[in-house]
Ligand binder design. Structure first.
Ligand SMILES: Cc1cc2nc3c(=O)[nH]c(=O)nc-3n(C[C@H](O)[C@H](O)[C@H](O)COP(=O)(O)OP(=O)(O)OC[C@H]3O[C@@H](n4cnc5c(N)ncnc54)[C@H](O)[C@@H]3O)c2cc1C
Length: 290
């Protein structure tokens, strides 16, 4: 697909044409930027077996101690493209005491700057080794990444999908939700349970709110340490911890056939939530922990 020709502002006659020439251009530009390039004509600019330099091009404060970092491959070339599947992660390597260490981070969908950038949502922990490395990074600093890793493939033929995330565990699940709802032929109903401590900790809240305007996506947020919360219009935020009863209620209302349950949080969270799902007579093959 070729990039669309940009109309002049004066090409719009402001009389409410349907479709408006400017809307058509915006729509085509979005399709052009989001198209999957032909892998036979482009090389992946990130590798699973060697580190590649990506430059930090943006840092944005997001939620409590949580930031959005954007990185860009340093060699602009038409033959290169950043390929990865929704839910996959990359590894970053950083120096420590004369050697190196790595941590995993999951790219999330955003408005693309170009085909060689990726964006991650990072919670910085006090005394965290990679957190300290990220705290010191400045715009235009170079960083080393490899990937993508993770072998989850989206099944677009499911009836229902329940996604359960803890904090920044939302990253892979958000990427998957985003991909599914962009597919106009997919009729899967998606429901997300997002577990956080307090209102300030909620990651991707505005992004999830926007996605909830799609007919097949809904979400509930559970705050385990809040006493009060300001909800947006039609937003469901509970000021209690997600319990096995909430999971039971979900399965009371839908069939346990033809569905899948994705879970992403700490090891303990994944174990407890998987057990709560199994207690609802869901087959273990339908549970996918990240
Ligand atoms: C596949 C995968 C994908 C991931 N994707 C993301 C992502 O997209 N965004 C993201 O922010 N993180 C992600 N993580 C977690 C990330 O890899 C690091 O573990 C995290 O950033 C902490 O690293 P650190 O070196 O700063 O802390 P470490 O040096 O490993 O830990 C030091 C201290 O930090 C605190 N700490 C570290 N992790 C946690 C935690 N989860 N909860 C509470 N306290 C903690 C503890 O006090 C801990 O003792 C992912 C992990 C995996 C395995």
């Amino acid at each position: 697909m070729e990039p669309p020709l940009k109309p002049n502002e004066s090409d719009c006659c402001n009389s409410g044409c349907n479709p408006c020439i400017l809307d058509v251009y915006e729509d085509q530009l979005k399709k052009y930027l989001n198209q999957e390039p032909n892998r036979s004509h482009a090389t992946n600019c990130i590798s699973e077996t060697a580190y590649t330099t990506f430059r930090l091009v943006g840092i944005e404060a997001h939620a409590q101690n949580t930031f959005i970092y954007t990185f860009e491959h340093i060699n602009a070339s038409n033959n290169l493209h950043l390929f990865y599947k929704p839910g996959q992660h990359f590894l970053i390597k950083a120096p420590r005491n004369g050697t190196y260490f790595t941590r995993a981070y999951t790219p999330i969908p955003t408005e693309k700057i170009n085909h060689l950038t990726f964006t991650i949502l990072i919670k910085l922990y006090k005394d965290g080794a990679m957190s300290n490395f990220f705290r010191k990074l400045k715009a235009n600093d170079d960083t080393l990444w490899r990937g993508p890793y993770g072998d989850y493939n989206i099944n677009y033929n499911l009836g229902h999908m329940l996604l359960i995330a803890q904090g920044t565990g939302i990253a892979p699940l958000y990427a998957i939700i985003h991909k599914i709802i962009q597919n106009e032929n997919c009729e899967t109903f998606l429901h997300l349970f997002l577990c956080c401590k307090k209102e300030d900790d909620i990651p991707l809240r505005n992004e999830l709110y926007r996605l909830s305007s799609y007919w097949n996506f809904s979400y509930e947020i559970f705050l385990s340490q809040a006493t009060d919360v300001k909800c947006k219009y039609n937003e469901t935020v509970h000021i209690f911890r997600l319990s096995s009863n909430n999971i039971k209620s979900y399965f009371n209302n839908i069939s346990v056939d033809n569905n899948q349950i994705l879970i992403c949080g700490s090891e303990m969270f994944n174990k407890d939530i998987s057990q709560a799902v199994l207690d609802c007579n869901v087959d273990s093959t339908k549970i996918v922990p990240f």
